[in-house]
Design a binder for this molecule. Sequence first.
Ligand code: GAP
Length: 489
Amino acid sequence: MSKQTDDFFKNIISHAKEYGFVFPSSEIYDGLSAVYDYGQLGSELKNNLKAYWWKAMVQLNENIVGIDAAIFMHPTTWKASGHVDGFNDPMIDNKDSKKRYRADQLIEEKIDRYEKDGKTDKAAQLQKDLDDALNADDLARLKTIIEEHNIVCPVSGTKNWTEVRQFNLMFATQMGAMADGAEQVYLRPETAQGIFVNFLNVQKTGRMKVPFGIAQIGKAFRNEVIARQFIMRMREFEQMELQFFVRPGSELEWYNRWKETRLKWHLALGADPAKYRFHDHVKLAHYANAAVDIEYEFPFGFKEVEGIHSRTDFDLKQHQEYSKKKIQYFDTEINQNYIPYVVETSIGLDRLFLTVLANSLVQEDLSTEDKQDSRVVLKFHPAIAPVKAAVLPLTKKDGLPEKAREIMNSLKLDYNIQYDEKDSIGKRYRRQDAIGTPFCITVDHQSLEDNTVTIRHRDSMEQERVAVDQLGTIIGNRVSLTNLLKELV
Ligand code: GAP
């Protein structure tokens, strides 16, 4: 990361904290690694992002329904899904610093370094060696690679490494009394399995016909070995997942459709299209026949925000085998029973939140010949902005606060509105810019005479005088989720 991008990323983190978007978890006890709390504005933004996803999936598609499955699931679920045996990261410890690393990430960092130094052949060979070792599950080879390439611990600077071991990422806990009968259960590492185990319930009770989808938003937990980059890699995070069940043989067509649909959904939020790209998986999981990531260019480079996977019939088949319950669908159009194939779209809400912050945070220089000036603005799409408008009486007297409160009371029935009468109007505008409020409504003495106010637009900073009874329409047109959804249909 260059100094400039590093500073920008630090600005995002400090801005998020300063204005009540994201706080380190249990901060008064010095925080908990890779766990974060969403503050008063962060939760509003998160709720708006969830509503955008949910409505785009469930409301706009008559063949998609949403569920809310429990976080705890029968432990056999995770045996069937492959998580008990295969949801591992290769990990290595440095004996001097006592720090733990993901062996593959240490090697990837070395590849990056070779590339930066122009040693492209060396980088390509190392990438191949890494891929071969990972594909063969050869942990000893990973250690040899680390030694051969003189990879040292970033903290101690030594090569005093332990063996590479597999580390399961699931959090386990006990359900029931502590006595012998207590059962080991897991905090779900993905929401997808809650959908698979409910396939029959939803299909039958909802009389769903293939192709159809089940959507879900919920928490997931992973004991990430290396958790870093703020809310990018967390131990507790939130996913928004869709499992779309299709007739076998049609999955790649649906996969391509979902790829386009999902990218369009991201772009409608207003980001520069050049900031997004598809990254096709070259190495596919054994159950997948196609997989792609939608990546966003964060200050630290292009990284995955959403995964789209054609998962074949792997999950339903596994649950059929482990549960011994027939999980099939009778397709009346072709008179056949089959286990549907699945196309999954899986987006991390926290990563999406970070893309939105990174995409919206702007420092603008407003200096003129006479005066130096600048402002920090969060240029959120108005439909997801945490606060839609602020009502500001020009002064604290002459009946202006009362008039402002009257306006606020009528708008708050539809929108999240703030009232602010403290400090100069300029300072108040800046405060609202910094939290991304699209409109500031200023109530002045003229308002008392003709029932008009000025409305200031966040991005252009232009002001116009409008009648109070037009405010609902003006604000509604810009902040309504409906208009954003219209771009998708
Ligand atoms: N059901 C498929 C699945 O879980 P994944 O690629 O492991 O696939 C999907 O995760 C998405 O969840 C990722 O694209 C990412 O946005 C988010 N995600 C995964 N691990 C995360 C973590 N530790 N912290 C924050 N988000 C995470």
